[in-house]
Every structure is written in structure tokens, then in C-alpha cells.
Ligand binder design. Structure first.
Ligand code: SAM
Length: 232
């Protein structure tokens, strides 16, 4: 038995796939990280967003931004809003940084680590206007369902981080995951469904199309969007 077998590892919603990074992505990681990248603050001091962004603006968090196309497009088209992204996939982080640098975005910061840790250790309570969770890994096999990021504790954590009446938008192309999301969200005492009890939003409601969404559509999958508002 190795030490790895003995230490209890938390169940994570991702497996870090290395993938291939282009030279531009590698260079961007080094050059742009000091400007766009955030690490966990020391000694459980949460970030003060006004200091980070040098202004007080609305704040949107995207969890699992993938290759970053949606987040980049949002940040470019809404210069009046500040955006925070979280991702663990190195090529996606590299690609986002390389584009953000070229686009000279001043309203975007990212974390390259598990969203659960970032939410627990870096993001102050009641500091976000909106959280986007677009096409999270569906973990279709029953034995992997525990890896799905949408669980009651996760939803409780999101509720804590949202401002009063903040929005949590989720989307998936995997029907069983959509049903799971709906049952967890409906059961939460912290949220109400903007589209009525058990109601789905129109597909793509007020958001950009994502890479994984296009992939799902090519496979003939339907799209489910859920939009919930925090109650207090
Ligand atoms: C299926 S992809 C979707 C990417 C993108 N949102 C899209 O729609 O194209 C899910 C992404 O979530 C990321 N992810 C999963 N769990 C995460 C976690 N706990 N923290 C940060 N990123 C996570 C994965 O690395 C992956 O890139």
C-alpha cells in the first residue's frame, strides 16, 4: 500500500487532462499570469474585489470555463462588469490567457484550481451578482455520479457567495444531469426558480453558445438551461 492509498482524497468533479499546449499558450501562461491570475490568498483572507479590479462593479463568476471562449466574449462585450473564471484544464487556461492578453482585458481575473477550494477560501460571501456553470462534466456512469459538481453542499456554497437576488445559471446537454440539477436546485431552500417550479429556461437563455454545447448539438443532444435566483 502506498501513501496515496492511505490519504483520503476528496471526490473531485474533474480529472486534469494534460492535453497539448501550443507554444503561444505556454508563453501566455508565463507572461499573462501575473496580471490575470489569482492564487489562494494567505491565512483565509478572502479577496476584496474592489481592490482586485480597482473599482466597484457587478461581478460574474464562470466555473469551468473550458477553452475560455464564452468568458472572453462576455468580458469584451461587457466592459462595465468584472468577470472571474475558474478552470483546471491547462490548455484552456493557456488559451484564455493568450487571448486575454491580446485583447488587453482589464475586467477579467482567473483561478487555475478546483472551484470548490476557490469558493471556500478566496471568494467572499455575498460578493457575486451571477454564477455561470455551463456544461459541467456530466459523469454519466452511475458509479461516477458522486463526482458531479452539482450537489446540495455545492448549491449551498454558491448561495453563500451570491448577493441577495443573485442569479445562478446552469446548462447541460445531458438529460439525466439536467433532471439531477433540477431536483437539487428545487430542493434548495436558498433559491427560487425564475421559470416557475421545475421550469427550464429557453435553451441558451441570455448566454453565449459554448464549445461543449456545440459538440452536444452535433451529437443530437437537446440543451437544458436552469436559471435560479437566490432568496436572501
Ligand atoms: C465539459 S467542460 C465544459 C467547458 C465549457 N464550460 C464549455 O461549455 O465549453 C467542463 C469543464 O469544467 C472544468 N471543471 C470541472 N470541475 C471543475 C472544478 N471543480 N473546478 C474548476 N474547473 C472544473 C473541467 O476542467 C472542464 O474544462
Amino acid at each position: 500500500m502506498t501513501i496515496e492509498n492511505v490519504i483520503q482524497r476528496p471526490v473531485r468533479s474533474f480529472v486534469v487532462r494534460q492535453g497539448r499546449m501550443t507554444p503561444a499558450q505556454k508563453e501566455a501562461l508565463e507572461a499573462a499570469w501575473p496580471y490575470f491570475g489569482l492564487s489562494l490568498p494567505p491565512d483565509s483572507q478572502f479577496y476584496d474585489w474592489q481592490t482586485v479590479f480597482q473599482r466597484d462593479a457587478k461581478r460574474v463568476l464562470e466555473i469551468g470555463f473550458g477553452m475560455g471562449a464564452t468568458l472572453l466574449s462576455l468580458a469584451k462585450s461587457h466592459p462595465d462588469i468584472d468577470f472571474i473564471g475558474i478552470e483546471v484544464h491547462p490548455p484552456g487556461i493557456g488559451r484564455l490567457l493568450s487571448c486575454a492578453k491580446v485583447m488587453q482585458l482589464t475586467n477579467l481575473k482567473i483561478f487555475a484550481m478546483d472551484a470548490i477550494e476557490v469558493l471556500n477560501r478566496a471568494i467572499p460571501d455575498k460578493s457575486l451578482d451571477k454564477v455561470l456553470l455551463l456544461f459541467p462534466d456530466p459523469w454519466p456512469k452511475r458509479k461516477h455520479h458522486k463526482r458531479r459538481i452539482v450537489q446540495p453542499e455545492f448549491v449551498q456554497l454558491i448561495a453563500r457567495k451570491l448577493k441577495s437576488q443573485g442569479i445562478f445559471q446552469l446548462a447541460t446537454d445531458w438529460q439525466p444531469y439536467a433532471e439531477h440539477m433540477m431536483s437539487v436546485m428545487q430542493a434548495s431552500p436558498d433559491f427560487c426558480n425564475v421559470f416557475g417550479k421545475e421550469g427550464y429556461a429557453p435553451a441558451g437563455f441570455e448566454r453565449e453558445t459554448t464549445k461543449f454545447e456545440r459538440r452536444g448539438e452535433k451529437l443530437g443532444h437537446a440543451i437544458w438551461d436552469l436559471v435560479f435566483q437566490s432568496k436572501c
